[in-house]
Design a protein around this ligand. Structure first.
Ligand SMILES: Nc1nc2c(ncn2[C@@H]2O[C@H](COP(=O)(O)OP(=O)(O)OP(=O)(O)O)[C@@H](O)[C@H]2O)c(=O)[nH]1
Ligand SMILES: [Mg+2]
Length: 198
């Protein structure tokens, strides 16, 4: 099925699992550390800078945000984890929201797990990968902000991170740049093909 990624619109927000939209379509969940570039990726895939709010300060996205993608599936933008400067209590609320989300029985067909290509995966990244492996949640690993490195450095970093982490599905690793619009078409195609195999 051909998904028109430019046809993405804001659907709504939910502060807790009970106020989520009906489970009528697949969800593709974006997860990753605060500031890793989740909102920027949604905007880049949609080719619309005004769609999702890109944080000037990390940790701004505190709600679950839904985007309707071409009336075919939802992008679910979860609050970023591991924002060290957030007060402890707020951090706890974030992480329990994220945990609840994955345990909620929502139709999560795919997780896009974002890791900043320049940084070592955090403790939470390792936990998240472990969680997805244990629960057999399908995921793509997206290395963000690739424009900050040369092509050779990117290749090296991806191999290093793959070695360090128990990333099961090595075929589904993508290096992208929201800023320079790199790697986006491959990712769009892979998501479409994964959700709606031809
Ligand atoms: N150079 C570069 N900067 C990027 C890229 N993607 C995102 N950024 C920057 O990274 C910062 C955070 O981006 P967001 O998209 O708001 O990150 P987020 O993961 O949604 O953050 P939270 O909502 O706080 O969890 C912003 O200053 C972006 O401009 C990229 O591909 N390249
Ligand atoms: Mg965000």
């Amino acid at each position: 099925m051909n998904v028109q990624f430019r046809n993405i619109s804001f659907w709504g927000v939910a502060a807790d699992v009970s106020s989520c939209p009906p489970s009528d379509r697949p969800e593709v969940v974006l997860s990753g550390k605060s500031n890793v570039g989740k909102s920027s990726l949604v905007n880049a895939l949609a080719d619309n800078k005004k769609l999702a709010r890109v944080s000037s300060a990390p940790g701004k996205t505190r709600l679950v945000i839904y985007f309707d993608v071409d009336n075919k599936f939802y992008f679910t933008d979860l609050p970023g984890y591991g924002y060290a400067k957030a007060p402890k209590e707020i951090q706890k609320t974030y992480s329990s929201l994220v945990e609840q989300y994955f345990a909620s029985g929502r139709p999560i067909h795919l997780v896009l797990h974002l890791i900043d290509i320049r940084h070592r995966p955090s403790k939470e990244d390792v936990q998240m990968i472990q969680y997805m492996n244990d629960h057999r949640l399908p995921y793509f690993t997206i290395f963000t902000k690739a424009d900050k490195l040369s092509k050779e450095q990117r290749r090296k970093r991806i191999l290093e991170i793959r070695d360090e982490m128990d990333i099961k599905d090595t075929a589904h690793c993508f290096a992208i740049s929201a800023e320079k619009k790199e790697g986006l078409e491959d990712l769009r195609q892979a998501i479409s093909e994964y959700l709606f195999p031809s």
